[in-house]
Design a protein around this ligand. Structure first.
Ligand code: AMP
Ligand code: ZN
Ligand code: FE
Ligand code: FE
Length: 296
């Protein structure tokens, strides 16, 4: 068999130009809808995806898979493949981390039961945060938060929007800065699984687990611990990652035979992130590699 370095010299003469591979399409594997703290319905998001030329998307709402069936139906009409996804919160040595899960069975009873439990805990946490705000003379009403959340898993972005809505802060950013940012005076922790519990939950539902937007938060030791415990991959492409961080995490992925994923973490609306839509993507072979890890 020809060695790889010989192939160039034996290849037919093509007039010096390297033949280009067909455009395989691009995927955004990190998107939020109204089922969590995104502002767009599954239909609106899918329309935006078509406008941006995406051929595959994963909807990754926090603790909710409610958008997926609806999005898959719209996707079939619009020519976009929709992968099952969800974003979970885990804790590692006091650090709050996010996990992205993909390609699981959306009807898995244990997964659905856990997600419903997490959403219930989110609601209790929102109540505690509103109480904390009231105790420091910020008269936010829980009803305003619940209106903001609508059908979605309630989270801090809804509290921030409610604070703006009631005129208690000037901006979304100020809400986090003054009150509800991590460690702030009205901050409350969420119920979180350990990494091992989360990996088990996702595995029993037939899915793969990825560390979401690790950014600067993790030491290599912590990363290695997660890999040992069953992490399948890392989100390499994310708006919060510098080129250097992308290179670093792609290096870790290759070194430890992990999978890669990536996307825009698009929420829409007030977070003013429209410019990222369609620009943080991964090539489709990334998705094929995920599938082959599961189904080969
Ligand atoms: P939660 O899951 O309820 O703790 O909300 C976390 C979400 O709040 C994240 O996914 C971000 O979208 C948003 N968030 C967290 N910290 C900030 C911050 N400092 N400024 C703006 N948004 C933030
Ligand atoms: Zn979010
Ligand atoms: Fe996240
Ligand atoms: Fe996200």
């Amino acid at each position: 068999m020809a060695r790889i370095e010989e192939l160039g010299t034996n290849a037919p003469d093509q007039g010096g130009s390297v033949p280009s591979l067909p455009d395989e399409g691009k995927a955004d594997l990190h998107l939020h809808t109204t089922y969590s703290d995104g502002v767009h319905s599954p239909y609106d998001l899918l329309k935006k995806a078509r406008g941006a030329g995406l051929s595959t998307v994963a909807i990754t709402d926090h603790d909710h898979v409610g958008a997926i069936e609806e999005a898959t139906g719209w996707g079939a009409k619009l020519g976009i493949t929709v992968l099952p996804g969800v974003e979970l919160s885990i804790t590692l040595g006091g650090k709050d981390l996010h996990l992205l899960a993909y390609l699981f069975d959306c009807t898995n009873p244990m997964l659905l039961e856990y997600l419903a439990f997490f959403r219930g805990e989110r609601l209790k946490r929102a109540e505690r945060m509103v109480r904390k705000l009231n105790n420091i003379n910020v008269p936010l009403k829980l009803d305003t938060v619940l209106e903001q959340a609508g059908i979605g898993a309630v989270g801090r972005p809804h509290i921030a929007n409610a604070l703006v809505e009631e005129g208690l802060v000037e901006s979304f950013h100020e809400a986090f800065q003054r009150f509800i940012g991590t460690g702030g005076p009205a901050y409350e922790t969420k119920f979180q699984l350990t990494p091992q519990e989360a990996f088990r939950l996702i595995t029993q539902a037939g899915g793969l687990s990825f560390l979401a937007h690790p950014g600067r938060y993790l030491s290599e030791q912590e990363l290695l611990l997660l890999i040992k415990q069953g992490l399948d991959g890392i989100e390499v492409v994310h708006p919060s990652h510098s080129d250097l961080q992308q290179k670093y995490y792609r290096g870790i992925v290759n070194q430890y035979f992990l999978l890669e994923c990536g996307g825009s973490d698009y929420h829409g609306g007030k977070k003013n992130d429209d410019h990222v839509f369609g620009t943080y993507t991964v090539p489709l072979h990334v998705v094929e590699t995920m599938r082959s890890r599961l189904f080969s």
